[in-house]
Design a protein around this ligand. Structure first.
Ligand SMILES: [Zn+2]
Length: 90
């Protein structure tokens, strides 16, 4: 057992690695049912975490991991979702 302060860790839905929560981007389902980036990590409800890099985001969206984590259908517009979230992540 190590005596380090508690650091909340979350798993990236892109690469599956555990990371410090602060290093990840949080994605939630917005009021309109679309994926939204929760930049302040403060939104309520179910959230999925992904590393702040385009590769993980791409994998999470295109392979449907993000949708599965948020328990919604992946939908036909994954490329559009990826582009929108990618912009928001910058
Ligand atoms: Zn990742």
């Amino acid at each position: 057992m190590t005596d380090v302060p508690f650091r909340p860790e979350r798993k990236c839905v892109g690469c599956g690695k555990l990371r410090d929560r602060a290093e990840l981007a949080r994605v939630v389902i917005g009021a309109d049912g679309a994926f939204e980036l929760d930049t302040a990590l403060a939104r309520g409800g179910r959230g999925a975490y992904v590393c702040r890099n385009p590769e993980c985001l791409k994998r999470a969206v295109l392979r449907g991991h993000l949708a599965r984590a948020l328990r919604v259908p992946p939908g036909p517009d994954r490329e559009a979702v990826l582009a929108r979230l990618g912009e928001a992540l910058k």
